[in-house]
Write a protein that binds this ligand. Sequence first.
Ligand SMILES: *Cc1c(COP(=O)(O)O)cnc(C)c1O
Length: 310
Amino acid sequence: MKKKQFTSTILHADREGRPEHGVLHKPIHTSVAYGYEDARELAEVFQNKRKGYAYGRQNNPTIDALANKITLMEQGLDSVIFATGMAAIGSSLLALLRSGDHIVSSAYLFGNTNSLFNTLNGLGIEVTFVDATDASKVEAAIKPNTKLVFVETIANPVTQVADLAAIGDLCEKQKLIYFVDNTMTSPCLFLPITVKASLIINSLTKYIGGHGNALGGSVTDTGLYDWSSFDNIYENYKNKDASQWGITQIRKKGLRDFGSALGPEAAHHLSVGSDTLNLRINHACDNALAIAKFCENHPKVRKVFLSRIT
Ligand SMILES: *Cc1c(COP(=O)(O)O)cnc(C)c1O
């Protein structure tokens, strides 16, 4: 997506498909359950034979509108929204991985993600931490049971930049899921799909929501990974075409089974907040650079970390 189209694209996302009363924002739908003509109709919705909403833990119109916006921002195929960024990471990994699997992760991680990966180690999912600023270190850590490579675009908090394009090529060649945390850059500054990411996570709590008034997280399937080559898809999620298998399993396990659903009020805050992402992020970058330059010349500051994605 060209920069100048970013805001227009997401602003108009809620207004497609003749919204109720011509509203500019998707309304906050608080209903947890939905009424149907008869039990047969309801059963068909529950069985995915008929379009409709069944139960708030799995889907909700306000959440769907937010998911659509994130998918448009990331130029992906589909997204699932979670209660927090950590819920998005944890639920996606637990939905896709099994005991005996192996992950290669960047050693430069948000602290809570690092803690989660240590928890996974205790559940029989082994994690090897490597210096992901060098793709050859990632390659050296790959084993026969490696399923996934996890990196942050710019790592939080010390801003190391992963060797994003080279790791993307490596994952494509080795048929590994390339799981990219885009929180620090946001889809406004960087599109992980351009380095062949398979799945993208965003903490919506940060730049996308932008106002510190709601937590949220998302996972987006870019459509680049061939799920038919992935061993861990349950048979009952293979009824659609293979492009849907991964995101369906994340939705079913992550939301239906683990229950880490976002509330519709928070979704509304995040969605309205995201409308100004492009305006805010450029200002935030200018401020960060000004602070870094000030600190670089300050006698009491020992070191300034400056990183660039080229
Ligand atoms: C904040 C953050 C998360 C977790 O997001 P929450 O919404 O706080 O759960 C994950 N990754 C990165 C890089 C973050 O900065």
